[in-house]
Design a protein around this ligand. Structure first.
Ligand code: SF4
Ligand code: SF4
Length: 164
């Protein structure tokens, strides 16, 4: 069952990514951190392509990735994912191990949250949305016109470019 839900999550992320690409849209994250610390408590973890759902699975991952040893289980979401809090979070909402914080902290909030159908924590002052990817549209337009070449005026009729 767990394998099936992981696979469905994986497929959903692929579909979301494909839909964005097809519609020339991109995930945009705007805002700045207010240091509420909510992304360091009550969070779910997505490791090696899977959401952590079982204590055993978490222990196994802690053995594999030492940076996970700073997290402890603090509950469960409505959808059955484990919830974690970080032991490095200080009372004032700052990180006690900022210099050595894991990549997942450095990259937060990442566009992958949108792709995984996730959401930003309550109180987070970042905003996540999708917008038209004008760079991609321009790229396609350049690609579409790449087959055309400039033709000297005298050759225009021959090439079917005649304006008269
Ligand atoms: S290491 Fe620091 S930034 Fe990362 S979750 Fe823990 S307290 Fe937050
Ligand atoms: S939840 Fe958002 S605003 Fe709060 S500390 Fe994390 S990144 Fe900053």
């Amino acid at each position: 069952m767990s394998f099936l839900t992981d696979f469905i999550d994986f497929l959903s992320a692929l579909v979301r990514r494909h839909r964005l690409k097809k519609n020339n849209r991109m995930v945009v994250i705007r805002g700045s951190c207010n240091m509420c610390g909510n992304c360091c408590r009550g969070i779910s973890l997505y490791i090696d392509g899977k959401w952590l759902k079982k204590e055993k699975q978490f222990s196994k991952m802690q053995g594999k990735y030492s940076y996970l040893r700073r997290f402890e289980i603090c509950g469960r979401t409505d959808s059955g994912l484990l919830k974690f809090r970080c032991t490095c979070l200080s009372n004032d909402g700052t990180c006690n191990d900022y210099e050595n914080r894991p990549e997942l902290c450095k990259n937060f909030p990442a566009p992958s949250i949108y792709l995984m159908d996730g959401y930003l924590p309550d109180g987070c002052s970042f905003r996540m949305s999708t917008e038209t990817d004008f760079e991609k549209i321009l790229e396609h337009a350049i690609k579409d016109t790449a087959g055309f070449k400039a033709v000297p005026c005298s050759d225009k009729k021959k090439s079917g470019f005649s304006g008269s």
